[in-house]
Ligand binder design. Structure first.
Ligand SMILES: Nc1nc2c(ncn2[C@@H]2O[C@H](COP(=O)(O)OP(=O)(O)O)[C@@H](O)[C@H]2O)c(=O)[nH]1
Ligand SMILES: [Mg+2]
Length: 378
């Protein structure tokens, strides 16, 4: 079965686009006094400066809905919290109404998925009225159960923040967690800069609080935790490995290995969506042909597969005949791990897409893939 490389690359490219376009939109309400650092937080956590460049439209008296075309995030930004108690009550009312309206839609992409309540930690204290506000919101939210995360912003003193965190936790509020962060480095004086921290924890806590349907979106959007992206991408690989194992339940003749390609395309699309990196056709071409083909017209051709199989411990002798579920799984897992490795390097800025198109880049990629295969258990 000969496979047209260009066709597979196009399918892969389309699958990535589709997967990203079909991500469920994440809806967050962000509340707290003006100047605490809400906009800075949003812009630091997510891959586009939504708070600066997004289109905001007022939806209630004290709330703006900010979104951006082709970007699966909506932020409801509240204002006026610092003014007086009446405004605080109004904000709470508007927050609850937005939550209930979203809930009533029975449509996950329109529900409110999370609330970030931001407290500026520089004074190391929280006002009693803010605790009261959170207590009341927690009560009103008992049925809807939208996760409320208290974010301590501008934590320049880690010690002071930890104390404030304990103070708030001791209030037994109906909240998920108190997370101290410094969203951006803070220059204290010429010699001393407090380093940003805590945003990765915020993403981990979000990942635990959100429903499954939002986890790909969360990882697609966030740019503060590579570990969390990798974890999610590895879950994608595991699902594809299971599918490949099932496909090989009755051994696949080596010449028919291309039946694994749709599973692998779906896997690559899943990984790309999690990383939020728009892959170019040239990168897809160079990875697929380097790893699964000889650069000729076919992918997963008989010779290529036979050569790859020799790398998997204990499989070498079976090459030329048929591959088992375990071997199909090993091939798929190695491909997935290699994609995660490529995406991680691009994410960290250590290598660019262009680097992977060079002979050196391709050799590195193939080296990594072969190493993954040799580590596989068939
Ligand atoms: N260095 C640093 N400055 C921050 C941080 N968070 C907020 N700020 C500053 O505090 C000011 C108010 O922040 P902003 O995000 O506009 O607050 P908002 O009114 O809650 O949206 C801005 O001048 C920010 O630069 C941070 O994590 N690090
Ligand atoms: Mg703001």
């Amino acid at each position: 079965m000969a496979i047209d490389t260009d066709k597979v690359v196009q399918e892969c490219f389309d699958a990535i686009r589709d997967r990203i376009a079909n991500l469920t939109t994440l809806n967050i309400i962000i509340a707290g006094k003006t100047g605490v650092g809400k906009s800075t937080l949003i812009n630091s956590v997510f891959r586009e400066d939504l708070a600066e460049t997004g289109v905001g439209r007022p939806v209630t008296q004290h709330m703006r809905r900010i979104s951006k075309k082709n970007f699966p995030l909506v932020v409801y930004d509240t204002k006026g919290f610092e003014l007086n108690e009446q405004v605080q009550q109004e904000v709470k009312h508007e927050v609850m109404k937005t939550i209930k309206d979203g809930f009533a839609c029975q449509d996950i992409s329109r529900a409110i998925h999370c609330i970030w309540y931001c407290v500026n930690a520089t004074s190391n204290r929280i006002e009693p009225e803010e605790i009261e506000w959170l207590r009341e919101l927690g009560k009103e939210n008992e049925v809807t159960q939208v996760p409320i995360i208290v974010v301590l912003t501008q934590c320049i003193s880690k010690k002071g923040c930890q104390e404030l965190r304990k103070t708030i936790e001791a209030e037994n509020l109906n909240i998920v967690q108190v997370v101290p962060v410094l969203a951006q480095d803070y220059e204290i004086d010429e010699d001393y800069v407090a380093k940003s921290f805590g945003l990765d924890v915020l993403i981990r806590v979000m990942g635990e609080a959100l429903p499954d349907e939002l986890l790909d979106t969360l990882q697609n959007l966030q740019i503060v935790s590579l570990d969390e992206k990798i974890k999610r991408a590895q879950a994608v690989v595991l699902a594809s490995v299971a599918a490949a194992t099932a496909a090989g339940a009755s051994p696949i003749p080596v010449s028919d290995c291309a039946i694994l390609i749709p599973t692998q395309i779906a896997m690559i699309a899943g990984i790309a969506a999690v990383f939020g990196i728009d892959l170019s056709k040239s990168l897809i071409t160079s990875t697929l042909t380097s790893l699964l083909g000889t650069g000729g017209a076919t992918l997963l051709g008989k010779t290529v597969v036979s050569n790859l199989l020799k790398l998997i411990p204990g499989v070498g002798s079976a090459a030329g005949a048929a591959i088992s579920g375990g071997t199909a799984a090993a091939l798929t897992a190695a491909l997935g791990e290699t994609y995660i490795w490529i995406m991680s390097l691009i994410f960290k800025g250590e290598l660019t897409e262009k680097d992977f198109a060079t002979e050196e880049g391709k050799a590195k990629m193939v080296g990594h893939f072969k190493e993954q295969l040799s580590l596989a258990r068939s």
